[in-house]
Design a protein around this ligand. Structure first.
Ligand SMILES: CC(C)(COP(=O)(O)OP(=O)(O)OC[C@H]1O[C@@H](n2cnc3c(N)ncnc32)[C@H](O)[C@@H]1OP(=O)(O)O)[C@@H](O)C(=O)NCCC(=O)NCCS
Length: 178
């Protein structure tokens, strides 16, 4: 007898969002390299971030594999702000709303309590990232201001300028992901 389920495709595994832990470091490094756009730092840097900054780093897993991440920290001189250092989605998972979900879950982490502003620098030639942060601000019902921040001259030749995106103030009602 044939099982009625045999010809049905398996439903895609759901995505789990959770704070990072030290054992994520190597996978974070691989994810960043796989995006092809993000500037990859050393594997050591990602182990360090997933350890000392674990409360402000978020990973998304599907079927036990890392499919996206937000690496962030709290700027020492800005007690009301959380900074997104890198956000990346595995190439085969891009364009499906995961980037926005990542930022919303990251912004709702317990460690972000009281942080009414989110900042990030976005390279002038990164259209996907620009669209993502504007979409994130819209989803929160918050403003999004863009200011000059890191001009191209601060970087080695060939690196685009990185203006600062400042999103907020984040309404209290927006603190839980939709
Ligand atoms: C930037 C990135 C994280 C976006 O993730 P994603 O899952 O593809 O984004 P989403 O599907 O959630 O889309 C969010 C918004 O950005 C827009 N967007 C996504 N990719 C885009 C692209 N290539 N060009 C223009 N807009 C784009 C979407 O249309 C959506 O806006 P909308 O809802 O108004 O239509 C992903 O493209 C990525 O990992 N890129 C490489 C790494 C990188 O550049 N990171 C950012 C610098 S730190």
């Amino acid at each position: 007898m044939t099982s009625p389920d045999r010809n049905r495709p398996n439903p895609p595994a759901s995505i789990v969002f959770r704070p990072a832990r030290p054992t994520d470091g190597a996978a974070l490094w691989q994810l960043v390299r796989a995006t092809g756009t993000l500037e990859a730092n050393s594997a050591y840097a990602y182990v360090l971030l997933a350890t000392d900054f674990a409360d402000t780093c978020l990973v998304a897993e599907r079927g036990g594999a890392l499919v996206g991440a937000v690496i962030g920290y709290h700027p020492p001189r800005e007690p009301d702000t959380a900074f997104v250092w890198q956000v990346g989605v595995r190439p085969d998972c891009q364009g499906q709303g995961l980037g926005l979900r990542l930022l919303r879950h990251w912004q709702a982490l317990p460690a972000q309590a009281g942080r009414r502003w989110v900042t990030a620098t976005v390279a002038e030639d990164n259209a996907a990232s620009q669209a993502l942060f504007r979409r994130f601000a819209h989803a929160l019902g918050a403003g999004c201001q863009v200011h000059p921040h890191f001009p191209a001259e601060l970087f080695p030749a060939g690196h685009a300028a990185e203006p600062l995106y400042r999103i907020g103030p984040i309404p209290h009602a927006a603190l839980v992901p939709g």
